[in-house]
Write a protein that binds this ligand. Sequence first.
Ligand code: 5GP
Length: 130
Amino acid sequence: MATIFSKIAAGEIPSYRVAADEKHYAFLDINPVTPGHVLVIPRKEVDYIFDLDEQDYTELMLFARRVAKAMKKAIPCKRIAVAVMGMEVPHTHVHLAPINSEGDLQFSKKTPLPAEQMQSIADSIAAEFE
Ligand code: 5GP
């Protein structure tokens, strides 16, 4: 059975898309740790990131790097933080979150944003993606 993230990447479940290619998909986390929190996934269904083979792992991280660069241009912040946990969804995903201090990255304190704001953030990141 397809994971929820495979369904999102296939467009079967709606998402705020920020970037995609034939092997990867990037979209806003529905419950962001900071505004602009993005999830980057391989389209291939592998639960645990370190079970990806070397090529898939490298390509995922290079794609995440391009997304992070777009986020840094689109959203005023000091850094784009990178995290991988995978405690909730069994499909590899890299969290990218704009931060201004270490304290911004509190995954136990996430706040949903209005749909309009989510769409506007996604559009501004997508516009910077190269
Ligand atoms: P983790 O598995 O790394 O602990 O976290 C999974 C992340 O996926 C969470 O931050 C959660 O908010 C996000 N998430 C779970 N389901 C959905 C969904 O259906 N759509 C989106 N955009 N994000 C989701």
